[in-house]
Write a protein that binds this ligand. Structure first.
Ligand SMILES: O=P([O-])([O-])O[C@@H]1[C@@H](O)[C@H](O)[C@@H](O)[C@H](O)[C@@H]1O
Ligand SMILES: [Mg+2]
Ligand SMILES: [Mg+2]
Length: 256
C-alpha cells in the first residue's frame, strides 16, 4: 500500500521510497504488451508487488520489471531514470535491458552473447587494484539508524582504503551498468530488489565483470545484497570491507 503525498507522488516503505502514477502506468503497459504475446509467462513487477502481488521467482519463464528505476530522481527531475527489464528461465537471467531514458542509452545483454550500449560492445575495466577503483553504490530508501549507520560506515571504510571515489546516481540499474562500460570499477548495494538489478547483473557479467553477494557467496538476485566488479580481486576486497544490514527477504521460491 502507499501513502498519497499528492495526486502524482505516493510513499511506499519509507519517506524516501516514492511511487508515481507514471511508475504504475508504465508497468501496466509493459506487462500487458508482453502478456498478450506470452500469456503463459510470469511477471515480477515492482509496482505490482507493491500493490500486493506475491513476489515469487519460480522456474517458469519470468519477466522482472522496474518501470522507473530512480523514481526519486524522476520526481525531482534529476536526470537519471531508467526502465529495467530482465527475462529469466529456471531462475537464470537469459537477457536484460536497461534504458537510461534522459541519456537515451540502451544497455542490453543476452546470456553468452555479450553486452552492448546503443549497439556498441561493452567491456568492464578489468581493474584489480582496489586503490585505483571508482566505486558506485546507493544510499537506498532505508532511514532506520542501523541501515544508515551501516551504509555510511561502508562508504567511510572504502574511502579509507583508499579508493579513488564513491558515486551514487540514484538508480541501481544505471549505477551497475557503469561497471559494464568500465566507467566505474565496482558497484555494491544492500537493500535493493531483484527488479533493480536483474538486468544489469547480466549486462556486467556479459561485459566480463564479476557479480556476487556482498558476503562473497554466489550472486542471488533475491538476496537484496550484491557486488558487481571489474575483477574477482576487487569484488573480494569490497566483500571484506562492506557489511550488510538486515533486509526483509524477497518473497518465496518455488519450482513450479
Ligand atoms: O524505487 P526505484 O526508484 O525503482 O529504485 C531505487 C533504486 O534504483 C535505488 O538504487 C535505491 O537507492 C532506491 O532506494 C530505489 O530502490
Ligand atoms: Mg528500482
Ligand atoms: Mg522503480
Amino acid at each position: 500500500s502507499s501513502l498519497c503525498l499528492s495526486k502524482e507522488v505516493m510513499l511506499k516503505s519509507s519517506p524516501a521510497d516514492l511511487v508515481t502514477e507514471t511508475d504504475q502506468r508504465v508497468e501496466k503497459i509493459l506487462i500487458s504488451a508482453i502478456r498478450d504475446k506470452y500469456p503463459q509467462h510470469k511477471f515480477i513487477g515492482e509496482e505490482s508487488v507493491a500493490a500486493g502481488e506475491r513476489l515469487e521467482l519460480s522456474d517458469s519463464p519470468t519477466w522482472i520489471i522496474d518501470p522507473i528505476d530512480g523514481t526519486v530522481n524522476f520526481v525531482h527531475r534529476f536526470p537519471f531514470v531508467a526502465i529495467s527489464i530482465a527475462f529469466a528461465v529456471n531462475k537464470q537471467t537469459e537477457f536484460g535491458i536497461v534504458y537510461s531514458c534522459v541519456e537515451d542509452k540502451l544497455y542490453c545483454a543476452q546470456r553468452g552473447g555479450g553486452a552492448f550500449l546503443n549497439g556498441e560492445p561493452l567491456h568492464a575495466s578489468g581493474q584489480e587494484d582496489i586503490s585505483r577503483c571508482l566505486v558506485v553504490t546507493e544510499i537506498g530508501a532505508e532511514r532506520d539508524d542501523l541501515a544508515l549507520s551501516t551504509m555510511t560506515s561502508n562508504i567511510f571504510r572504502l574511502l579509507k582504503l583508499p579508493v579513488h571515489g564513491v558515486r551514487a546516481l540514484g538508480t541501481a540499474a544505471v549505477d551497475m551498468c557503469q561497471v559494464a562500460t568500465g566507467g566505474a570499477d565496482a558497484y555494491y548495494h544492500i537493500g535493493m530488489h531483484c527488479w533493480d538489478i536483474a538486468a544489469s547483473a547480466l549486462i556486467v557479467q556479459e561485459a566480463g565483470g564479476v557479480v556476487m553477494d556482498t558476503d562473497g557467496s554466489q550472486f542471488d538476485m533475491m538476496s537484496r545484497k550484491v557486488i558487481a566488479a571489474s575483477s574477482s580481486a576487487v569484488a573480494n576486497r569490497i566483500a571484506q570491507v562492506v557489511q550488510a544490514f538486515p533486509c526483509r527477504l524477497e518473497g518465496t521460491f518455488s519450482n513450479i
